[in-house]
Design a protein around this ligand. Structure first.
Ligand code: HEC
Length: 289
């Protein structure tokens, strides 16, 4: 008991001690994404030095509230929790580490192969994905679920569990290659999950209207299909057994739930058919088997 407590205490003090050293700070908090002389997930220290050599204030500001600058990279998570003094020490370390180095053009580099806890979720990426139209959007939800929303067909295509994307081939090539999923597909949706008088009228092709981002960072997709304008927001169930899909629509007609293979679908209104009034706003819960 006593020795257990003691070792916890020792571990804590060792960690605290290490955390004062700027090289250690850098390694722990930045190193997964930033390399000295080549692009990793984010720009190299050589590139960063070119921007912030004489601007520690700007460097700290960025780390506290990172912007979105470069196309095709993930958003850098805020490092505000490290505090300004530590960020200033990291700045000095970055400049020193890059001194005398030049940028190497290394083929590849994978913006998504980062330790999962460092990936700020949700993430939304337009990217070429397997088994989807060229207008696919990959979304990483908090937790370990990700899904493919097909903006061409305006519907959920599939969900996978594990990491997010292995984007290597996409980013190194000319953009026409297809990203690999970093995980196992656990559910594929065969068709839009609702049918009805108007929803069944699929002669007009669906039209994607874009998406907003909720305050939790989740995308809310807007699209028209079957003469109805829809908004759909997907989130993971807390126990990881499925997803919750929040819909809003301007449907004037009753809607019927599809019966997906390998999953159960239920509505917040209980019945497999929604009245026109219920169809305005409802939640579908999908659990895979
Ligand atoms: C999870 C990955 C990740 C981590 C961890 C991370 N960064 Fe970044 N960083 C990025 C990405 C991605 C970019 C490029 C963002 C962009 O251009 O939109 C970036 C860009 C930067 C830039 C360039 C800003 C500019 O004006 O171009 C600086 C400076 C920076 N990071 C510093 C840090 C420091 C210091 C740490 C650790 C305390 C850190 N980063 C941790 C991913 C990360």
């Amino acid at each position: 008991m006593k020795s257990g407590l003691l070792s916890v205490f020792l571990l804590t003090s060792v960690t605290t001690f290490g955390a004062d050293d700027p090289a250690k700070l850098f390694e722990v908090h930045c190193g997964a994404c930033h390399a000295v002389d080549h692009m990793r997930v984010g720009p190299s220290l050589v590139e960063i030095t070119g921007i912030y050599r004489n601007n520690p204030d700007g460097f700290v500001q960025w780390c506290v509230k990172p912007g979105h600058k470069r196309p095709g990279v993930i958003e850098m998570p805020s490092m505000a929790h490290l505090g300004e003094p530590a960020l200033r020490r990291i700045h000095a370390h970055v400049i020193a580490a890059a001194a005398g180095k030049t940028e190497q053009k290394i083929a590849g580099g994978d913006p998504y192969s980062i330790p999962r806890p460092m990936l700020r979720r949700p993430q939304v990426q337009r990217i070429f994905l397997p088994d989807a139209s060229p207008a696919a959007i990959a979304v990483a939800l908090p937790g370990d679920l990700s899904y493919c929303f097909d903006a061409g067909e305006c519907r959920l295509r599939y969900l996978w569990k594990g990491g997010f994307l292995d984007g290597f081939s996409y980013w190194k090539g000319n953009g026409s290659e297809i990203a690999k999923l970093d995980g196992e597909i656990i559910y594929r949706e065969e068709a839009f999950p609702l049918t009805g008088d108007a929803a069944g009228n699929e002669t007009r092709s669906p039209k994607f209207l874009g998406y907003n981002v909720t305050k939790d960072g989740l995308p809310s997709f807007r699209y028209r299909r079957g003469g109805i304008t829809w908004t759909e927001t997907i989130q993971a169930l807390p126990d990881g057994s499925g997803i919750e899909r929040r819909f809003q629509s301007d449907a004037q007609v009753p809607l019927t739930l599809a019966t997906p293979r390998n999953a159960t679908l239920s509505s917040s209104h209980g019945q497999p058919t929604l009245t026109a009034a219920q169809a305005k706003s409802f939640t579908l819960t999908l659990r895979w088997k």
